[in-house]
Design a protein around this ligand. Structure first.
Ligand code: FAD
Ligand code: EPU
Length: 339
């Protein structure tokens, strides 16, 4: 039987630190318990909410009838050859613990994704990415249980339809599956990715010219700790919005007025613009309204200083979205799952 708590506070289960109540909070440790939890939701005729580390959600309701908390652990080596190793991880493993485990064992490919909060099972949901790498580059497959039929199903890389902060699980199959495990194909002979300027800067400052995967991971950790607020100190869910991708014509128009607008050219000729810059230009950076606000050093991160509500944060997010639309004629869309 899975562990069940009734009328449980979810404040400690989301990095925004938003207060909400789970009428039933069911902690599951294996596939059988996942299925029992789904059965309970069916009997009660309520939609189950799957929760990992709560680092990419904004709770906007006071209560949720049934929350399934993912605690499926275990990391195993499935197979290997001369060049690669296939690592299968339980979906409830903490992502950064998997990263450290892989680095300790000399398996490369996810060192740039060090210190991203949350669980392994949520990582494919939005194809987590940072510092020039996305999980899709090393993703082999995942296993999931259908939340209606209870069928167990495997998804390969193509099935997941990964994009920038996107997958089929955020779109067509939204809310349909509980991901139970993820398998990654990692390297034994490494080709580290230091294409992201800030990594090179840190390594140069330490006179490291031929970095190991551990040194890349350490550099990423150093950058992240200096840039992003620690949710243990200030409630937040990382970047609240995705960086918008606009047409080159639109970008050229904007550049005529804002000559310093930062940009990243995309392979399809479009241009990605940092939402943090757009939001800062609209005057939001460092703004505080009661218990919530926009982080002082990173305008893309909305923060809860203590007793903010999900509705407060959502209202602020929509005000920000409107002002960016007005000033730049750009639609920015939330990365965070507003539920
Ligand atoms: P949760 O917040 O618990 O869930 C997220 C969504 O996935 C929800 O819709 C939930 O229902 C669903 N879900 C969770 N687990 C499962 C499962 N097993 N099966 C099915 N559905 C599931 N993200 C990046 O990509 N790059 C970054 O650099 C980054 N930096 C961050 C920095 C900070 C300080 C914070 C707070 C967040 C950051 N994030 C970043 C966002 C977040 O860490 C990732 O999205 C992470 O993968 C979320 O994991 P989680 O377990 O906390 O998911
Ligand atoms: N910028 C500003 N003002 C700000 C913030 C940013 O002008 O207040 C501009 C700067 O020009 C800066 C540029 O935006 O150079 C990019 O900023 P940063 O390097 O901090 O990255 P980001 O675009 O804000 C993205 C991801 C992060 C990821 C980092 C590193 C998205 C939505 N966010 O942030 O992911 O860690 O790059 O790769 O793509 C997350 O998804 O939650 C997340 C934190």
């Amino acid at each position: 039987m899975p562990h069940i708590l009734k009328q449980a506070s979810l404040k400690g289960y989301n990095t925004f630190g938003i207060e909400a109540v789970a009428e039933q909070l069911i902690k599951v440790s294996n596939n059988q318990e996942v299925k029992e939890a789904i059965d309970m939701a069916k009997k009660l005729d309520v939609p189950p909410l799957v929760l990992g580390g709560g680092s990419n959600v904004l709770f906007t309701k006071k209560t949720y009838p049934l929350v399934i908390l993912n605690n499926l652990t275990g990391i195993e080596k499935q197979k290997e050859n001369e060049d690669f190793v296939w690592i299968k991880s339980g979906a409830g493993v903490i992502w950064h613990e998997l990263v450290l485990h892989c680095i300790d064992n000399g398996w490369g490919g996810i060192e740039n994704l060090s210190l991203i909060p949350g669980t392994v099972g949520a990582a494919p949901m939005q194809n987590i990415g940072a510092y020039g790498v996305e999980i899709k580059e090393v993703f082999e497959s995942l296993e999931a249980i259908h939340l209606d039929t209870l069928a167990e199903q495997a998804f390969g890389n193509d099935d997941c339809q990964f994009g920038y902060r996107e997958s089929v699980f955020k779109r067509k199959l939204k809310g349909d599956y509980f991901i139970t495990s993820v398998t990654l194909k990692l390297t034994k002979k490494h080709k580290v990715n230091v294409s992201y300027g800030a990594i090179t800067d840190v390594l140069d400052s330490q006179s490291i010219s031929n970095p190991s995967i551990k040194q890349v991971s350490d550099a990423v950790i150093q950058i992240r700790e200096s840039k992003l607020p620690n949710p243990k100190e200030i409630g937040n869910a990382g970047s609240f919005f995705k960086n918008p991708v606009i047409s080159n014509d639109h970008f050229q128009e904007l550049r005529a007025t804002y000559s310093n607008i930062p940009s990243y050219e995309q392979p399809n000729g479009k241009v990605k613009v940092p939402a943090g810059w757009l939001i800062e230009q609209c005057g939001w950076k460092g703004m505080r309204e009661g218990h919530i606000g926009v982080h002082v050093n990173q305008a893309l991160v909305l923060v809860n200083y203590g007793n903010g509500t999900g509705a407060n944060i959502k209202d602020l997010a929509f005000k920000i979205k409107d002002s960016v639309k007005q000033k730049f004629n750009i639609d920015i869309t939330p990365e965070v799952n507003i539920i």
